[in-house]
Ligand binder design. Structure first.
Ligand code: PLP
Length: 340
């Protein structure tokens, strides 16, 4: 193992400080007992700090540093209305004194929760929300470009962050997160056999994959698909390749040899729609550990972990690192749908 295999490859990549690091790693003893075996270690990236915490802040430390380096003063990104990524971006932009415009969709779905959850927080941090309806034929990229034009016309300098902050540069934050987590795992008695994370746009899983290679670990990354459609596999691999390149690593092994699986079967009725397994997972973790998962990402990733233990894919004597990626505001957006 090479315990500093990521940080010593960072070179001069610009980075701003947004997160309170290291986030804690907890040994989830009661949850492990309930599952009948595997030792579950939970990396508390729901506690990264700004907004309500979450995984995107680690990506934004690199993305917003790049925006600053380019002299940009207005951040644009996109997401579903209750996007945690959009909210963390808006909060981070505010903390760095930048303006922020969010291109959001699903304006009329029952989960949108205007005035609730992340939409409320977006408003409190002063972001401008520009709602689009993909049914009108406006893609998110078109929506962001339209906003960028408008900002340029007003003399501003926009910086566009793609959906989920999933670029090679954003993924560097997760290669580094793994380095941090592995040090903590060693202190709790051993390295993980499996690493489990929710996979929405792929950048977080991609960073973990690169981290596994850079740290020379044996662990397998299990990325639980919470999107259910589209191009998650190639998107994840593209991010991993770009990230490996930025760290000066040979990007070619990512196509075939990489120890990862995109775990399907846990998205339920679709992205953002509750599944029974997700609600059960949220309740189990709340009642065994006093921790809250979210209904769109980490709840479904935990449902995946539970399912994989039941199927025997995760052995009862294995150590599992579960990356808790945050998303708490989503619980408050759904409210009555979750209550018993
Ligand atoms: C709480 C939470 N977990 C996981 C993810 C998935 O991360 P990625 O988009 O990098 O796959 C997201 C993305 O928005 C998220 O908000």
């Amino acid at each position: 193992m090479d315990p500093l295999g990521v940080s010593r490859r960072l070179g001069g990549l610009p980075r701003v400080s947004l997160c309170h690091l290291p986030t804690p790693l907890v040994v989830a003893e009661r949850l492990s007992q309930d599952l009948g075996g595997p030792t579950v270690l939970i990396k508390r990236d729901d506690l990264t700090g700004l907004a309500a915490g979450g995984n995107k802040l680690r990506k934004l430390e690199f993305l917003l540093a790049d925006a600053r380096r380019q002299g940009c003063d207005h951040i644009i990104t996109c997401g579903a209305a209750q996007s945690n990524h959009a909210c963390q971006t808006a909060a981070a932009a505010a903390a760095l004194g930048m303006a922020c415009t969010l291109v959001l969709w699903e304006p009329t779905s029952p989960n949108t929760g205007v005035g609730r959850g992340n939409v409320l927080l977006d408003d409190l941090v002063g972001a401008k929300a520009a709602f689009i309806d993909p049914a009108d034929g406006v893609s998110r990229e078109d929506g962001m470009e339209r906003e960028a034009e408008r900002i340029r016309a007003g003399g501003g300098r926009p910086y566009v962050i793609p959906v989920g902050g999933s670029t090679g540069l954003g993924s560097v934050g997760y290669a580094l997160a793994l380095e941090e987590a592995i040090l903590q795992c060693e202190a709790t008695g051993g390295l993980p056999d499996k690493i489990i994370v929710a996979c929405g746009s792929g950048g977080t899983a991609a960073g973990l994959l690169v981290g596994v290679a850079a740290l020379e670990l044996k662990a397998e990354v299990l990325a639980v698909d919470v999107d259910g459609e589209g191009s998650l596999r190639p998107d994840t691999l593209r991010c991993a390749r770009e990230c490996a390149e930025l760290l000066g690593m040979d990007p070619s092994p990512w196509e075939e040899d990489c120890p990862w699986e995109l775990v399907e079967g846990y998205v339920g009725p679709g992205y953002g729609a509750l599944s029974e397994a997700c609600v059960e997972a949220i309740r189990l973790v709340a009642q065994t550990e006093g921790l809250f998962l979210d209904p769109v990402y980490s709840g479904k990733a935990m449902a995946g972990l539970i399912g994989l233990v039941e199927e025997g894919w995760i052995g009862r004597s294995e150590r599992v690192l579960f990356v808790h990626t945050g998303g708490l505001p989503g619980l408050f957006a759904l409210g009555p749908q979750l209550a018993s």
